[in-house]
Design a protein around this ligand. Sequence first.
Ligand SMILES: [Zn+2]
Length: 445
Amino acid sequence: MYQQVNCPRCNAPIAVDIQQVIDTARNPEVKYTFLNGQLNMFACQTCGLTGQMTTPLLFHDPEHEMLMVYVPLELQLAHTEQQRLIGQMVKEVMDNTPPEKRRAYMLQPQTILSYQTFVEKVLETEGITPEMIARQRKQVELLQTLARADKDVVAILLEERADEIDETFFALMQNALQAAQERNDDKQVLGLTNLQAKLYTETEVGRRLERQQMALRKFQQDVRRQEGLTPQLLLTHILANQQEEDTVEAIATAGQAALTYEFFALLTEEIEKVARTHDKAQVKRLNGIRQGLLDFQRAIQAESQEMLNQANETLQAILRAEDRSAAVQAHLPAIDEPFMYLLSELLDQAEKQGQQARYQVLREVYDLIVREAERQVPPQLRLVNDLMRAETDAEQRQILSDNAEMMTPELAEMLTMLAQEMSADRPEMAERVRALQAMVAMRVA
Ligand SMILES: [Zn+2]
């Protein structure tokens, strides 16, 4: 559900997609968004501040008969208000659970007081225990120490804590490096880059990951160099890396579009060929790979089918509505990439088959969505965009006069910040923003 909030830094209005109910029965994806720390994120288009909204959350996982709520203490809600909120979220879960699937545990949600515990309990449903989390926390500390330590200390630490340098550690290192690059923290970037290079050559995990990345690069190069991705090409690369399960998985993921009937026929042929050489170990290994890839392919198909079904349901609901504009607004959270993909495919189809009436209707929905997307941009930012697009001073002055009610100190301040941000890579633009700022400041006074 989109809610309008104000940016804690610059006070500009931001539309945030707030989700309070994480129901794995209805939408398993949301759980991963939450665990990645990406749920209820806001990004201020005006000043660039990003962060996470503090909001009550409910987690429901029927598989583990788990229903729990977290109400942040920071919100300082009165007890009755808290009860009302919890009641509302539980009702949402109930309403979306078919009667035959309702259970007693749903009537008594567990209340969790700390966010930390709430996250840990969700992680437990993924088979991730508090011990594993503690281990990861130690790894993060180790990483921070290593990135700053001098050579001798690094050598000692790598020996003493070798068991902590695993794939997770490499992933943490990669994330830390990216974050440092985004912050322009050159010192940290240098430290981490050196550490990464060292670990790739000096540890067993590092060497294995390096082999995997090389195999993946080689595969992608071949796809580009040869006539594109074919089942035969995919098979060749999978067979070449059959000893390393992770690499097979990585290649199959990158080449999933070629996991076709033809691919499996070729793989079966290959297994039969190996069987004639009586290499039982290899036959067993290839059969294992075949089964794994079949499961993988089924999972992808089910997932994309599910996404298309949902997109189609949304589209039908919008088409059925009397007021399509209102329907588009109501379904905004469901208008995602698969939805837009489906809509453009249908538009294409209607056009090619000369179905004029159908094309018109679909086109109307498409235009409504584009307009709605533009409306989501905060009005101040839209004004700044209009001003920047204006070609002459006279035009700018006209826009400023037309929007007299928006000449506020906040707008002036926003322009100052914008100019500061741009001054490094786009000095010319920054100069124009500064000139605008002066015009706005004058009108505010
Ligand atoms: Zn802001």
